[in-house]
Unconditional design. Structure first.
Length: 150
């Protein structure tokens, strides 16, 4: 399995939406801007996620995208399967009897790991990253001292 830009952008977009109010539709332009992803590229990825029942879309001025399910119900494996196809690292190697257990075990390990990670986990990781960034920025900000003038 090779994770392409399509798969990475789907993960970033869904993590972005998981951080938003679940009752509000988020404009495509806002997602594209926050994640630094081309709007045209997102227009190719998001319909796949809508068709699979992960996203819901609404048209109009208050329209946009939102998650259809709770982030804890969406696995990284689901997202990558939709955007990348097979999760097998080496599907053609498993057909070879030589070392078939090795390649099959590798595929199972990767699949199990991706199934164990949910969008909620990614959301929590992103919140931690953002909080760490904020704390670092605050601690490196210059401190202004006001001295009384005489």
């Amino acid at each position: 399995m090779k994770v392409s830009t399509r798969g990475r952008y789907a993960m970033k977009t869904l993590t972005d939406l998981a951080l938003c109010n679940p009752d509000e539709y988020i404009h495509l332009n806002d997602i594209a801007c926050r994640q630094n992803i081309s709007k045209k590229y997102l227009e190719q990825i998001l319909p796949v996620l809508c068709k699979a029942g992960i996203l819901q879309t609404s048209r109009g001025p208050a329209g946009g995208y939102k998650l259809c399910k709770d982030p804890s119900e969406i696995s990284a494996a689901q997202i990558l399967s939709l955007t990348e196809g097979s999760l097998e690292v080496c599907h053609w190697l498993c057909d070879d009897e030589t070392n078939a257990d090795l390649w099959g075990g590798l595929n199972s390990s990767i699949s199990d790991y991706l199934e164990s990670i949910t969008l909620d986990d990614l959301k929590k990781d992103e919140l931690t990253r953002l909080e760490t960034e904020k704390t670092a920025a605050e601690s490196s900000a210059p401190v202004l001292s006001l001295q009384s003038q005489k």
